[in-house]
Write a protein that binds this ligand. Structure first.
Ligand SMILES: Cc1cc2nc3c(=O)[nH]c(=O)nc-3n(C[C@H](O)[C@H](O)[C@H](O)COP(=O)(O)OP(=O)(O)OC[C@H]3O[C@@H](n4cnc5c(N)ncnc54)[C@H](O)[C@@H]3O)c2cc1C
Length: 448
């Protein structure tokens, strides 16, 4: 089956020039697989999920692990996201979640989400990673006056149902500590939460993994998996790995056709980011932009933004629908307009960086962690764009699953467990998504 976006977005061997790349110069230059080898476990994908799964397999379970990455390590979303450590990894409202899974499972889902956020914080400390942590909470901003009541209710439920620390701010109060602009009608904050430099984070994790003797092959894309005498043989361009167990940690960059049971279940969605030039004090003050904490607004097709440590503004949205380099450029122009509509005093501020990447959605609207029936193939994906907190934690959960070879052993909310449904006519996934985008953009225009 063919991937649903333009081939430009799958150029695994081309580094993606993001703002983060200009903040970090170390190139790990790891080996490429060029021969036939064996391993107990192979992890496919060198982002947060794969790396944390591999590290935990080595440290806690003493298993022989090899990790293969199609690009350079962290090439996927893990090196180029916005760095928000936020909650929850779901596109489903908690009311809907409660009606489908019940109150207890929903509570457990949020508890696990908070554990994920704290796990990210813990590994930054434990692995001694300098990744420019900023802010100490997340903000959700009402982009229209009709949304303030909604966020107040959300803040109350987070607190009363899930024990999450929240605080509500009126428009005037948020103007004092957060920011102003044309689409700020009050906000609420929640903890835990903060922001990181994602590239420094993923490279820090990689350095730690290398210190634990994890064998990593970069520029080693698994093209095909065959079965022979109870083992899997993973074929790459210049070598192969024979293994008993496989972990698929490819999230939005999953290549259709690799694992038949996983095909047609993931909806990769493009997320785009632009970063402005550095703003001076007067420019920041013109919109009272004070906070360094990550911010998301209440649009259905949400905007996410933050002030970076060097006073640039990072601004992200759902991205283009094609995936070519040209469509990325066009999207970044649109986004510049979105940004300047909400912060009009910045009309002459230029954009220094634009890039994009793939996140993974599915019909489940929540992440998927598990093992494929009757196979020794494990998966963790579908964080709905909230992988900074969810992906490392998922990697850790996956390691337990791989070690025990039994999905029933995982003590996590069942909302995470199992594969999502296959899309009806998977080739039409992008069309379904385009229709959803149209629907939600109309809702956003009408502020409903
Ligand atoms: C623009 C953007 C902004 C985002 N912002 C945020 C944010 O602020 N906060 C947040 O929580 N989340 C954010 N996300 C989402 C977050 O980055 C992801 O959820 C997270 O990084 C997923 O980690 P992962 O390890 O599962 O996948 P990835 O980091 O995407 O890694 C998957 C890897 O698999 C590799 N791969 C694929 N196929 C093969 C193969 N056949 N053989 C070998 N390797 C293969 C790919 O090269 C890739 O490196 C954002 C994502 C994007 C794209």
């Amino acid at each position: 089956m063919k991937n649903i976006y333009h081939t430009d977005i799958y150029k695994f061997d081309t580094p993606v020039s993001s703002y983060w790349e200009d903040t970090y110069s170390e190139n790990l230059n790891l080996e490429k697989l060029t021969k036939d080898i064996n391993s107990e476990v192979v992890v496919i994908g060198g982002g947060y999920t794969g790396l944390l799964c591999a590290i935990n397999l080595i440290e806690n379970h003493n298993l022989g692990v090899i990790l293969v990455e199609a690009g350079k390590i962290g090439w996927g979303a893990s090196s180029r996201n916005a760095g928000f450590n936020c909650l929850p990894p779901s596109k489903m409202s908690f009311t809907k979640m409660q009606s489908i899974y019940g109150k207890e499972e929903t509570k457990k889902f949020f508890k696990n989400s908070v554990e994920g956020s704290n796990y990210t914080k813990d590994i930054i400390k434990e692995y001694n990673i300098d990744c420019d942590v900023t802010g100490d909470n997340n903000f959700v901003v009402a982009h229209h006056k009709s949304k303030f009541e909604q966020i107040k209710e959300q803040a109350e439920i987070y607190k009363s149902e899930f024990g999450i620390e929240t605080k509500i701010y009126s428009k005037e109060e948020f103007n004092e500590i957060g920011h102003g602009g044309t689409e700020q009608y009050g906000a609420f904050s929640y903890k835990p939460g903060f922001a990181i430099n994602p590239l420094k984070f993923v490279n820090g994790i990689t350095n730690y993994a290398l210190s634990k003797k994890l064998k990593i092959f970069e520029h080693t894309k698994v093209d095909k998996i065959e079965k022979e005498n109870g083992s899997y043989i993973l074929r790459t361009m210049e070598g192969s790995i024979r293994s008993k167990k496989i972990v698929v940690a490819t999230n939005g960059f999953y290549q259709e056709g690799l694992i038949p049971q996983m095909d047609g279940r993931i909806l990769p969605v493009i997320s785009n980011i632009i970063v402005t030039r550095k703003l001076n004090k007067d420019e920041l003050n013109s919109h009272n932009f004070k906070t360094f904490s990550p911010i998301a607004n209440t649009k259905n097709l949400l905007y996410y933004y933050r002030k970076l440590p060097d006073n640039r503004i990072l601004f992200g949205t759902r991205g283009d629908l094609i995936g070519s380099d040209q469509s990325n450029l066009e999207m970044s122009k649109k986004m510049e307009k979105f940004l300047k509509n909400i912060f009009p005093q910045w009309f002459n501020v230029t954009i220094d960086y634009n890039w994009r990447g793939l996140i993974a959605l599915s019909q489940k609207l929540t992440p998927s962690i598990g093992k494929i029936d009757n196979e020794e193939i494990y998966y963790g994906f579908g964080y709905n764009g909230v992988g900074v907190s969810a992906a490392p934690w998922t990697g850790k959960q996956l390691s337990k699953l791989v070690f025990s070879s039994n999905s029933k052993d995982l003590d996590i909310s069942k909302i995470y467990k199992g594969l999502p449904k296959k899309f009806i006519f998977p080739k039409l996934r992008l069309l379904y998504f385009k229709m959803a985008v149209l629907f939600y953009s109309i809702k956003d225009k009408l502020n409903i």
